[in-house]
Design a protein around this ligand. Sequence first.
Ligand code: IYR
Length: 224
Amino acid sequence: MKQHDATPLTDYIEYPEQEMLSRSEHFYQEIKRRHSIRSFSDRPVAKEIIENCIKAAGTAPSGANHQPWHFVAINSAEMKAQIRSQAEEHERSFYAGRAGDEWLDALKPLGTDANKPYLEHAPWLIAIFSQKKGGIHAEDKHTNYYVHESVGIATGFLINALHSSGLVTLTHTPKPMSFLSKVCNRPENDRAYMLLVAGYPADDASVPHHASVKKSLNEIATFL
Ligand code: IYR
């Protein structure tokens, strides 16, 4: 490898093989309890928890370590109401036909529709933005690389962190999503990537049967 500044890896932890096996099994058991939830309680969640989860997301790998993401965590009732009203407006035309029959058919088993009350009920909405230009320092204006991949991985970390903290989430992708940039007052360079809803589940929260059908290991993996 070419000469570069580096520090020795000191925070790696090697576990005995038996422990690795049980940790991997435990992680699987924990992550398989994550479900997309569409019925949220309005119980508040401390800002510090959300901050820690976003810090965890910020450790994700990214193209050239440019960290091409920005997270806007929204707790304000007025802002949430604004987002709900604009998201529902877009969703109404989406469900009225803009999505096309094939897409609407694919969504039927999930029971989703244009009503998004959780955008107001949940204590936190986290708007995730991707950045085409940037760099390792927030003020940089270089090209970013693998932006979609990087932000996708960070979003995965964030969902995992929120789940591990004991919260439930929903990945919400209103279409189009550009209104989020305006509501969140983001600069031109920031493109809305996803809206994550986070909080406690409502007492009547449920998991659609369709969502709990997961492909088997044989279907999703090949070992060569
Ligand atoms: N954004 C819409 C539609 C939607 C699309 C997919 I793909 C889903 O997996 C779920 C919903 C909505 O939030 O209703």
